[in-house]
Design a protein around this ligand. Structure first.
Ligand code: GLP
Length: 240
């Protein structure tokens, strides 16, 4: 289940091969996408491959895990902006193909229900990419989130806000709430790839490796999935 790679680029190559093959085999592939620094080399490599091979993306759909409440799509720290900047714009994905929760909709609860309904219509994404927070969160499912949760509003923990604060000018600017896909929806994907790179992820990877299935460690929910692969570089694998 855990696979150790020499570095982040090797993980990006592996995932790019896999995703490209999946899209060639099934042009209507649905992809669950994540944000965060871990995903940057992966999207960079995927983008190169899509362009080099002129891969046809016209029938794929994508669903992102989460979005900050209060950040508009054109805010540089919004996850919509991240996706647009790192992948969507360069590969020409159209607005109707890509889905992210809306962070500035007037009724966040309604937005959660609408997003959950869209995911339910897909009936399980083909591939789900995940990063991991230093407290074990996946998407923005913080420790203690029930494993049967669907898309919901979450109050971000102090730790998560501090970790993500590096992208904001001031800590007070870090949003306090987000909308995240739930753990049940993540688990309904056909294949799941959790990626962790860098020495700063070594502690949480060791915890995940040793842990049973425990709601205090959201990523441990994935251990019940039949097609989970945890891809780590040597630095993140240092304590395994
Ligand atoms: C955020 C995102 C997660 C991501 C995590 C780790 O909290 N909501 O989906 O996995 O950050 O990010 P990074 O890859 O930058 O370490």
């Amino acid at each position: 289940m855990f696979v150790v790679f020499s570095n982040a680029h090797a993980i990006a190559d592996y995932l790019t091969d896999h995703i490209a093959q999946q899209i060639r085999t099934k042009p209507t592939t649905s992809l669950g996408l994540a944000t965060g620094s871990t995903m940057e080399p992966i999207y960079a490599r995927l983008l190169q491959r899509i362009q080099a091979e002129a891969l046809d993306l016209s029938q794929i759909t994508t669903f992102n895990l989460d979005e900050y409440i209060g950040l508009a799509p054109d805010h540089p720290q919004s996850y919509f902006y991240f996706m647009q900047h790192h992948l969507f714009a360069a590969v020409g994905l159209q607005p109707g193909q890509v889905h992210l929760p809306c962070g500035v909709c007037s009724d966040a609860e309604q937005e959660c229900q609408d997003y959950a309904a869209k995911l339910a219509r897909v009936g399980g994404l083909d591939i789900q990419l995940l990063g991991i927070g230093s407290n074990g969160h996946i998407g923005f499912n913080e420790p203690g989130t029930p494993f049967d949760s669907r898309t919901h509003v979450v109050a971000l923990s102090e730790k998560t806000r501090r970790d993500n604060g590096r992208f904001f000018e001031r800590f007070e600017d870090v949003p306090t709430h987000a909308i995240t896909m739930g753990i049940a929806e993540i688990l309904s994907a056909k294949e799941i790839f959790l990626v962790a790179t860098g020495r700063h992820k070594a502690d949480i990877m060791a915890r995940l490796y040793e842990s049973g299935i425990d709601e205090q460690l959201p990523a441990s929910a994935l251990k019940q999935h039949a097609h989970l692969r945890v891809l780590v570089d040597e630095a993140a694998a240092e304590l395994l």
